[in-house]
Design a protein around this ligand. Structure first.
Ligand SMILES: C[S@@+](CC[C@H](N)C(=O)[O-])C[C@H]1O[C@@H](n2cnc3c(N)ncnc32)[C@H](O)[C@@H]1O
Length: 232
C-alpha cells in the first residue's frame, strides 16, 4: 500500500501509527495493556477520576480511540485527565488528513477534536487545554507543547496509566532515555500501569528500572508481542 506523505512524521521518518487498524491497535496495546476495563469497573476505586499520561500526541489517534471506548463503556460521571506531549505539533489541517482514514466510524469525534485543537496555540511551548463533555463524563486534555521530560516534570499529580507511543527506540531513542522513564515512574501511582508496542530490551530494562514490573502480551496486526507494566 502507498503511504500518503502526511502519515509519515518527517522528523523521524516513521508513520504516526498503523494505517490499517489504528483504532483497534490502540485498544489492544494501550487500553487492554493497561487493564482499563478492570480499573474502571473496580468498585473499590474511590472518586471517579482517572489520569492518563501519553508520550507522543501526534494526531490524537489514541485519544480518539479512548473517547470512543469510554463513550461506549457504559461508565458515567468519570473525569479523565489526559496529559500528553508533542515536540513537533502538526497543524489542525494535517491532523484532519491523518485521522481522515477512519472518518467513517469516528467522524463526529474527529470533527470535535480537530476543531478544538485548531483553536490552540501550538507554536508556543507549554500547556494547552481542551475540555470536552462526553457521555462518560468529562475529558480534560492537557497537551504540553515541547519535550516529553519537561511535560512529565510539570505534572502536579501522578498518572494511573501511561500510554508510551513515541516511535520505536531505534527511530527515536530520546523518548526511551533513562532519565525520562525514571521521571515517568515517579509520576505513576502505585499499582498504576504503562503500555507500549515495543518489547525492545532497552525499553523493558528502562521501565523495570523505573519501578514497573513488565511483561509481554500477544501482539497485534503482525506484531508478535507488546509490553505492559504495573508500578510496583
Ligand atoms: C508514534 S507518534 C504518536 C502517535 C499518536 N499517539 C497518535 O495516536 O496519533 C510519536 C509522536 O511523538 C512525538 N515525539 C517524539 N519525540 C518526542 C519528545 N522527545 N517529546 C515530545 N514528543 C515527542 C513525535 O513528534 C510524534 O508525533
Amino acid at each position: 500500500m502507498q503511504i500518503p506523505p502526511y502519515l509519515v512524521n518527517e522528523h523521524y521518518g516513521d508513520r504516526y501509527f498503523d494505517v490499517v487498524n489504528a483504532i483497534e491497535e490502540a485498544r489492544h496495546i494501550f487500553f487492554q495493556g493497561s487493564a482499563l476495563a478492570d480499573i474502571l469497573s473496580d468498585p473499590r476505586r474511590g472518586p471517579k477520576e482517572f489520569r492518563i499520561g501519553e508520550t507522543g500526541f501526534g494526531a490524537g489517534r489514541v485519544l480518539i480511540a479512548l473517547l470512543d471506548y469510554l463513550d461506549r463503556s457504559g461508565v458515567r460521571d468519570l473525569a479523565v485527565t489526559y496529559n500528553s506531549v508533542e515536540l513537533h505539533p502538526v497543524s489542525a489541517e494535517r491532523m484532519g488528513s491523518i485521522l481522515g482514514g477512519f472518518k467513517q466510524g469516528f467522524g463526529p469525534l474527529i470533527d470535535v477534536l480537530v476543531s478544538a485543537y485548531g483553536r490552540l496555540d501550538i507554536a508556543t511551548p507549554g500547556w494547552r487545554r481542551i475540555q470536552l463533555t462526553r457521555p462518560f463524563g468529562a475529558l480534560n486534555l492537557n497537551l504540553w507543547v515541547g519535550e516529553a521530560l519537561e511535560m512529565v516534570r510539570a505534572l502536579t499529580a501522578p498518572c494511573d496509566a501511561w500510554f508510551l507511543d513515541g516511535h520505536g527506540p531505534k527511530t527515536n531513542p530520546d523518548i526511551w532515555r533513562e532519565e525520562l522513564l525514571l521521571a515517568i515512574g515517579d509520576k505513576t501511582v502505585a499499582g498504576g500501569t504503562c503500555a507500549t508496542y515495543t518489547v525492545a530490551a532497552v525499553v523493558r530494562h528502562g521501565l523495570s528500572a523505573a519501578g514497573f514490573s513488565v511483561s509481554q502480551r500477544p501482539g497485534f496486526g503482525g506484531k508478535k508481542a507488546v509490553l505492559g507494566g504495573i508500578k510496583r
